[in-house]
Design a protein around this ligand. Structure first.
Ligand code: TMP
Length: 239
């Protein structure tokens, strides 16, 4: 298979077309941004770490019956995925208050929620990814009601699988963001990455932050935190 032209470049990844219809080639970058691109930087080794971390999570989910775009990791920073049309909704699942929810509710960080919370944000950089509900999604025509039902139930299933897997590794899954895409056949499947860029992971005992909040909040040792996540979930630390 050959890598062909660039289709899209995002903040953390580049997507290329390939000579095989329906397959894309993704390259993970070390670039990191926060606050809708206002804060910019690089996290040494992030491309390699997130490529492997995301491969592990997406393989686990596939094993547990959650269809997703991941095909295989082909180098330290690259992987092959199924081509999908990304639905412009950022689906956030939360177990514990942190980040924007801590502010929205005024509850501070670290409070366990009485039920799992699923939120939707409109994936639109110009608008700063605003918070939206089912009615906004219908009005914007982002997906159908039944597709949104599939997305919500998949998101809850992913939460259960990941929460259990991570707790066994002494990690708390605080919250995370997912993106879904539509295949050429019209099926909705999980896409994008699952990594410390897109999740909040806390050490179960010390509650130490082991994710991108270390970059967002200038807490230091960002790369070390990503390495720790990879090590705990059984990765080969960047090989
Ligand atoms: P928030 O608390 O800032 O709304 O973030 C919720 C979760 O979503 C958190 O795990 C980080 C992730 N996230 C992204 O993956 N991309 C984003 O652009 C933002 C704002 C959050």
């Amino acid at each position: 298979m050959e890598k062909l032209e660039k289709l899209y470049e995002g903040k953390a990844k580049i997507v290329f077309r390939t000579s095989e219809e329906g397959t894309c080639w993704i390259e993970y970058k070390d670039d990191a941004t926060a606050f809708n691109g206002e804060k910019k930087g690089k996290i040494a080794g992030k491309g390699t770490l997130n490529n492997e971390i995301s491969s592990i999570f997406l393989s686990l989910l596939k094993e547990k019956g959650v269809k997703n775009h991941f095909i295989k990791r082909i180098s330290s920073t690259e992987q092959l995925v199924r081509q999908v049309e990304i639905i412009p909704i950022e689906v956030v699942v939360r177990n514990i208050t942190a980040g924007s929810l801590a502010k929205r509710l005024g509850w501070g960080e670290g409070k366990e929620l009485p039920q799992v919370l699923v939120e939707f944000y409109y994936k639109n950089d110009e608008l700063g990814d605003p918070f939206i509900n089912n009615d906004h999604i219908a009005i914007l025509g982002l997906c159908s009601e039944s597709e949104l039902g599939t997305i919500r139930s998949q998101a809850l299933k992913i939460n259960e699988i990941m929460k259990e897997f991570l707790l066994d590794k002494d990690l708390i899954l605080v919250d995370f963001k997912l993106e879904f895409g539509k295949t050429q056949g019209g099926e909705i499947i999980l896409a994008d990455e699952i990594s410390p860029d897109t999740c909040r992971f806390w050490d179960a005992h010390t509650k130490e932050k082991l994710d991108k909040d270390r970059f967002r909040r200038d807490l230091g040792n960002v790369e070390g935190a990503y390495q720790e996540i990879l090590k705990r979930i059984g990765g080969s630390v960047g090989v």
